[in-house]
Design a binder for this molecule. Structure first.
Ligand code: AR6
Length: 331
């Protein structure tokens, strides 16, 4: 998955480059800057002294000393002053410059903290949106594993309005797991591929042998076949589809070359989102991979919420899934 949102301490990330939220002196400070210098050891400061500082919105690169990565990219974010002093453009520039620097050093992976969202006071939901937008644009034309590292739950906020709306939607749609046995068993059957359903039916539902033989001769198209058909129907290229699905090229190639490939549920849904399928088509595609959407599951309800609103932005969906502690879409 090209963009991962993870909860971690950035100094522990085993990636090619980590990004530091620095200040123009590049001589260390508090927050993530302090943590990076403490973990890297005094040689990092020595190297930083040779750089001659850094403009706001810009970034400079050093080695990583004792850290488990190869490089530290020191980016200087803007101080939040109400949003009227080009803070957004400057923050965008931090991410863009850092990504370009990493690309120049042929980094295959990079981890960012939410720059400016701590001591510099940039509102966290807006800082997150800036990060996601710039990273998404970069990944449309470049291959890199990008991690957005969220230090702790409190440091992470999607827009309060969206959070409240999704919470309400979950409240309205969430059904208790203790449903009536018969209904549950019916629901389970409906969520299974048709050929498996008869296993759990009562004996009178069993198909005659010749019927089974006939069915086996006329198996439906597989997940992979449906995916490729839909890509063609939508007039997309393969790359447009897997990038929009936040899936990496290697996994897509596996699915493409194996008609019987069984993807995970988040991967299946990621493709449905990239293809902007309706809820019905999404269910159809999921069934082909052996899955279903159900109202007993927060993950499924959040997916349903976004599809029903015609919002197919996988990054926004992942922000919401992350906020509700659910698995993210993509590989
Ligand atoms: N790993 C990942 N994220 C972290 C970590 C960590 N170890 N520690 C903090 N964060 P901040 P800024 C998160 O304040 O707002 C320094 O003094 C934190 O929760 O580190 O850009 C510099 O020298 C927040 O979401 O950076 C500058 O003077 C995010 O990292 C000034 O602070 C950024 O918070 C820069 O302020």
């Amino acid at each position: 998955m090209p963009l991962h949102i993870v909860r971690n301490d950035i100094t522990k990330m085993k990636v090619d480059a980590i990004v530091n939220a620095a200040n123009p002196s590049l001589l260390g400070g508090g927050g993530v800057d302090g943590a990076i210098h403490a973990a890297a050891g005094p040689k990092l400061l020595q190297e930083c002294r040779t750089l001659g500082g850094c403009e706001i919105g810009d970034a400079k690169i050093t080695g990583a000393c004792r850290l488990p990565c190869k490089y530290v990219i020191h980016a200087v974010g803007p101080i939040w002053q109400g949003g009227h002093f080009h803070e957004k453009e400057l923050l965008e520039s931090c991410y863009r410059t850092s990504l370009e620097l990493a690309k120049t050093q042929e980094c295959e992976s990079i981890a960012f903290p939410l720059i400016s969202s701590g001591i510099y006071g940039y509102p966290k939901d807006q800082a997150l949106k800036v990060a996601m937008d710039v990273i998404r644009d970069f990944l449309f034309v470049n291959e890199m594993q990008v991690y957005l590292v969220i230090f702790d739950k409190a440091a992470y906020q999607i827009s309060e309005k969206i959070f409240a709306e999704i919470e309400e939607y979950i409240g309205d749609n969430y059904v208790d797991a203790h449903t009536d046995y018969r209904c549950e068993s019916m629901r389970m059957q409906m969520s299974m591929p048709p050929l498996l359903r008869y296993d759990v039916c009562e004996s009178k539902c069993l198909m005659p042998e010749e019927d089974l033989e006939h069915k086996l001769m006329h198996i439906d198209e597989s997940f992979s076949e449906m995916l490729l058909r839909k890509i063609d129907e939508k007039g997309m290229t393969d790359a447009e589809c897997y990038k929009k699905a936040n899936i990496d090229r290697k996994l897509f190639s596996k699915i493409r070359s194996n008609p019987q490939y069984k993807p995970s549920k988040p991967t299946s849904i990621a493709f449905a989102i990239a293809l902007e399928l309706s809820l019905e088509e999404t269910e159809d595609m999921l069934r082909k991979a052996g899955f279903a959407l159900s109202n007993s599951n927060k993950f499924d309800i959040i997916i349903e919420y976004f599809i029903n609103r015609g919002n197919y932005n996988i990054y926004e969906i992942n922000e919401a899934l992350f906020a509700f502690d659910q698995s993210l879409l993509g590989a």
